[in-house]
Design a protein around this ligand. Structure first.
Ligand SMILES: Nc1ncnc2c1ncn2[C@@H]1O[C@H](COP(=O)(O)OP(=O)(O)OP(=O)(O)O)[C@@H](O)[C@H]1O
Ligand SMILES: [Mg+2]
Length: 148
């Protein structure tokens, strides 16, 4: 495959759709594997996109996950339709979660999603307008010489 070619795409995310939860991050993982991206980068991208995808499904009515991949980086943007996050510093804290009981029963709500997104990306940015929505931007740089 021609690694210099840029690829991009998008997935629609539907709030409450636990049946298809993880589908976008699984698809992106396959795309990165076909492209021959090293496992260590794929692992980081998969964790980061999966956590972002789950947050949209759990906390919002709908969102879009966009990806842009080239020889240098994997860029992921996840934008949702609200309700937004009032206090981003608080939301970013490990262990902070507003997940309701029924979500916790499914194994979510450890309050580790946002910290893990940050940990697994080289650039992490979260912007939120309460009442409007939240946008998470993540970049993983592909250092060509590095071992996988
Ligand atoms: N897209 C979003 N829209 C609105 N609120 C969000 C969004 N993403 C996160 N939050 C808020 O930030 C909190 C922390 O999110 P984080 O992903 O770190 O943990 P969690 O989803 O509660 O648990 P975990 O990700 O470990 O299952 C959430 O509980 C929720 O209150
Ligand atoms: Mg989460």
């Amino acid at each position: 495959m021609d690694h210099t070619r840029k690829i991009d795409g998008r997935f629609n995310l539907v709030g409450g759709d636990f049946t298809n939860a993880g589908e976008a991050s699984t698809q992106l993982k396959k795309i990165l594997q076909l492209r021959g991206v090293k496992d260590s980068y794929i692992r980081r991208a998969s964790i980061a996109t999966f956590e972002a995808e789950m947050n949209v499904i759990i906390y919002t009515p709908a969102g879009i996950l966009r990806y842009d991949v080239d020889d240098e980086s994997i860029k992921i943007t996840v934008e949702d339709m609200g309700p937004g996050i009032e206090d981003i510093d608080l939301a970013m804290q490990e262990g902070y979660s507003t997940a309701p009981e029924w979500v916790r029963e499914m194994g979510w709500g450890a309050g580790m999603g946002l910290p893990n997104m940050k940990k697994n990306s080289d650039v992490f940015r979260i912007d939120s307008a309460p009442g409007e929505g939240t946008t998470v931007k993540m970049i993983i740089y592909l250092n060509k010489g590095e071992q996988s």
